[in-house]
Structure formats: C-alpha cells, structure tokens
Design a binder for this molecule. Structure first.
Ligand code: SDX
Length: 429
C-alpha cells in the first residue's frame, strides 16, 4: 500500500481509491471498494488492465522485455539451472540447497509411475485424438486415484499432490504419444534425470536399448525452464480461477491444460510449424504470407508473434532463436523452416504494421523448430509446453491457496440484453 491515492469522479461524486505499489515500482489502483462506494464496476474485457492478485513468483516487464523467476533473470536460469531446480525455486521462492535439490529429485523420481488402472483409460480414447485432450482428461482423472487431495487438505497433502503432478504428468504425456502410435507404454526409469526419462518414455521400445542423447536432453531441459511460469497468463489464471472454488490441484491443472491448448496461447507453437511448412510447401511466399497477416479479413495471423504483455522482444524468444542454431549445429543438421522463420521475423521488424503494433516473436515462434529437431511430433508441441508450465501452475495454485486476499473468482458484467417483459404464451408468438 502507498500513501498515494487515485481520485475518481463519477457524476457529482468524487472518491479516493488506494494505490498499491509492487516490488519493481509498478502501481495498481485498489478498486475493491469501488462498487460499494459508487455502484459502478470497471469494464476490462480480457483483463488487460486488471491485476488479479499479488504474487511473489514471476516478474515481467513487457516494455523492457524482462522475465525473472523469483528475481532470477530467465537468461541466467536458462544458462545455469535445471528444470527441477527451477520448479523448486518457483514453489519455494528460493534456490534449493544441494541437499534439498537431491531430496526433491529423488521424491520426483520415485513418483513417476502411474497406477496400472490409469493406463487403461487410454484404451477408451481414439488414437487420433489430440494429445492435449488426452492429457487434460487423464490429469483430471488423477482426482479419482488420489481422492484424499482436497483444496483444504493439510499442507503436506498439497505438497504430495504437487510432487505427484510433477512426477506423473511426463509419464501421462509420453503415454498419450505411445497410445497415438500404437506402441507399448514404457515404464519410467529411476536411473535417468527428468528430461532423459521423458525422452526415454517417448521414444524407447521394449525391443532394444534406447540411448538418450545428452544434447537432446539438455535442449529439452532448457525448453522446460523457459516455459516454467509467466505470471497471470490465460492458463495460469484458469488454474487459479478453478482453485478459487476450492477444487483440488489435479482438477485445476487439468483445466489449465485445456486453456493452454488454444491456438492463441500454448497451441500457437504447433500452428507456427504448420505456418512455416505451408510457406515451405510453396502455398505462398514469406512476403505474400506477411501481406495476408496484415489483412484483418484474410483470416491469416502470424502465429508466434505478438503478446499481451511484451511490447518488446520476448526474452524467451531471443534465447530460443540462439538455441535453434546451437541444437541444429550440435545435432549436425539444419532445418529450412528456421530460415523461413528468420525471413518472416526480418520482414516484420521492417514493416510498420508490426512495428507500430509492437509485435515481436514470442516464446512459440522458435520453440517448435527445436521440438522438431529433438524428434518431438508436432501435435505433442503443446503437451511439451504444458510439461514446462506445470511447476508454474502448481506454484501459482499453492500461492493462491495461501493468499490472505483469496476469494472465489467471480467477475461482474455490463448487461445489454432485453429489459423486463412478460412471458408470451406459445399460441400468441
Ligand atoms: C503465449 O500471456 C502469456 O504470457 C502467454 C505466453 C505464456 O508464456 O503463457 O507468453 C504464451 O500464449 C504466447 C502467445 C502465443 N499466441 C500467438 O502467437 C498467436 C498470435 N498472436 C496473437 O493472436 C496475439 O498477439 C495475442 C493473442 C498473443 C495477444 O493478443 P492481444 O494482446 O489481445 O492483442 P490483439 O489481438 O488485440 O492485437 C493488437 C493488434 C491487433 O491489430 P489492431 O486491431 O490494433 O489493428 O495487433 C494485431 C491485432 O490484429 N496482431 C496481429 C498479431 N498479433 C496481434 N496481427 C497479425 N499477426 C499477429 N500475430
């Protein structure tokens, strides 16, 4: 809270509202008393100007292109940390000691198997079903296997639920892929680290030894770190909103997976690759595509570009662009889609339409090229986004749970429908 106030005049009424200030100097007008004092509400479709909570987890500065997890710049974590260490950081707000990290890694390792009955759920799902639909369903079904986890369960139960999610969702995700290609599910292995185990469950078969390429495992770990949290984005806000009704963590995360699936959100990474392939296949040139992307009536959007918060480069996109080059070089391969992506970016950076609207590459623009280089199938890209975002969803849900301001999320509206009128009997309509 600051001593500053915001004055608001409505008709002949003037009120003063408190102004809150964040740790990085951002300010917010506290409107909690607005309706009681004036009868008025605010109107903010998409909540672009609305803060839903106070959080100590992630800080974004969209104008400067800054992203920090608990104060640590994403650039440093990407270079020096691991995904499980970042997951601990997000949930505990401090980097773990060596002992804490070892204990955390062991806890996750020894929870990676899923109940044998859970595996049977896949058999009822069409193989062609999108893996995001499968994962949302199976994660929601975890609530039937762990019925003791409730919103108001003791702290220890909530943290076990967090461990179970961190440990089992990679297994659930890999099984959704194996189900789609008719291959046997591979049990997790306790001698592999998080990323290597995920690759093993995705690509190993019972017929032969599968060696995880450390270059691929490290690149995957980097991708997971970069997706781990992003303050109050659509899917995280969904997880908080579902949790606000006191639904359990599994149900909340299942809803978050569904929200992430949308092509305007996490589903964009799959759409980017499909967009690049359409240009590679000669459907239209990069220049022609960009002209269509500027035409509102074309129905074409430059996927992987633009962001609600970043009006400068998404720092994750910068890291991923460099990682594309590094991974392709380390794998001794190249990908013409990277050249096409860079051509689109360079056109956009010179074009007033994109420059005026401050549209830059976001996290989804380059990530698909790396997933593709790692052998991840296109319709699993958004599942891998969800795997990265999992610790962020969990940390934000836990933070909501402990928030002294917490209330069930229930926005208001401006009603523009019919005014009061009497019922008309059928024979008179
Ligand atoms: C993610 O919130 C997060 O933090 C999300 C995320 C995370 O880590 O959780 O960062 C992950 O979801 C990244 C975004 C992935 N989505 C895409 O790449 C889809 C393409 N991008 C857009 O649809 C759009 O930019 C959004 C959805 C990302 C942001 O939408 P906004 O904030 O509502 O902005 P807008 O749609 O109002 O766009 C402002 C203007 C409009 O033009 P005008 O009406 O002002 O003339 O920019 C135009 C838009 O038409 N515009 C685009 C565009 N994005 C915005 N025009 C062409 N191509 C685009 N990609």
């Amino acid at each position: 809270m600051t001593s500053e106030t915001a004055k608001l005049t409505i008709g002949d009424q003037e009120i003063e509202l408190p102004v809150l200030k964040g740790a990085e100097g951002e300010i917010a007008i506290d409107i909690r008393a607005l309706r009681a004092q004036t009868g008025a509400i605010t109107f903010d479709p998409g909540y672009a100007n609305t803060g839903s909570c106070r959080s100590t987890i992630t800080f974004l500065d969209g104008e400067k292109g800054i992203l920090r997890y608990c104060g640590y710049p994403i650039e440093q974590l990407a270079e020096k940390s691991t995904f499980l260490e970042v997951a601990w950081l997000l949930m505990n707000r401090e980097l773990p000691s060596a002992n804490q990290l070892e204990q955390w890694e062991n806890e996750i390792t020894y929870h990676t198997m899923v109940h044998e009955d859970l595996k049977r759920l896949y058999a009822s799902m069409p193989k062609e079903g999108h893996p995001m639909a499968v994962c949302a369903a199976i994660v929601g079904a975890l609530s039937t296997f762990y019925q003791d986890v409730k919103f108001d369960s003791p702290e220890i139960e909530r943290r076990i639920a967090a461990v179970r999610l961190m440990a089992k969702v990679p297994t659930i995700a890999a099984y959704s892929f194996k189900h789609s290609i008719g291959q046997p599910f591979m049990y997790p292995r306790n001698d592999l680290n998080y990323a290597s185990n995920l690759l093993h469950m995705m690509f190993a078969t019972p017929c032969e030894e599968y060696e995880v390429d450390p270059v691929i495992a490290r690149a995957l770990d980097l991708l997971l770190i970069l997706h781990a949290d992003h303050e109050q984005n659509c899917s995280t806000s969904t997880v908080r909103m579902v949790g606000s009704s006191q639904a359990n963590l599994f149900a909340s995360v299942s809803a978050g997976i569904s929200a992430l699936w949308g092509p305007l959100h996490g589903g964009a990474n799959q759409k980017v690759i499909e967009m690049l392939i359409s240009i590679q296949d000669g459907e239209r040139s990069a220049k022609q595509f960009m002209e269509l992307a500027k035409d509102k009536d074309s129905g074409v959007r430059l996927m992987g570009f633009g962001h609600r918060v970043y009006k400068n480069h998404d720092p994750r996109a910068r890291i991923l662009k460099q990682a594309c080059h590094d991974v392709l070089q380390r794998l001794g391969t190249s990908d013409p889609l990277l050249e096409i992506a860079q051509e689109l970016e360079s056109i956009a950076l010179e074009d007033d339409y994109f420059v005026e609207r401050k549209l830059y590459p976001n996290v989804d623009f380059y990530s698909g090229i790396i997933y593709k280089a790692l052998g991840i199938p296109t319709d699993m890209f958004t599942v891998f986004f969800a795997l990265g975002r999992l610790p962020g969803w969990i940390a934000q849900w836990l933070e909501f749970h402990g928030d002294e301001d917490k209330k069930i999320c229930r926005p208001r509206q401006i009603y523009i429908g019919a005014n009061e009128r009497d019922y008309v009997p059928l024979e008179k309509r």
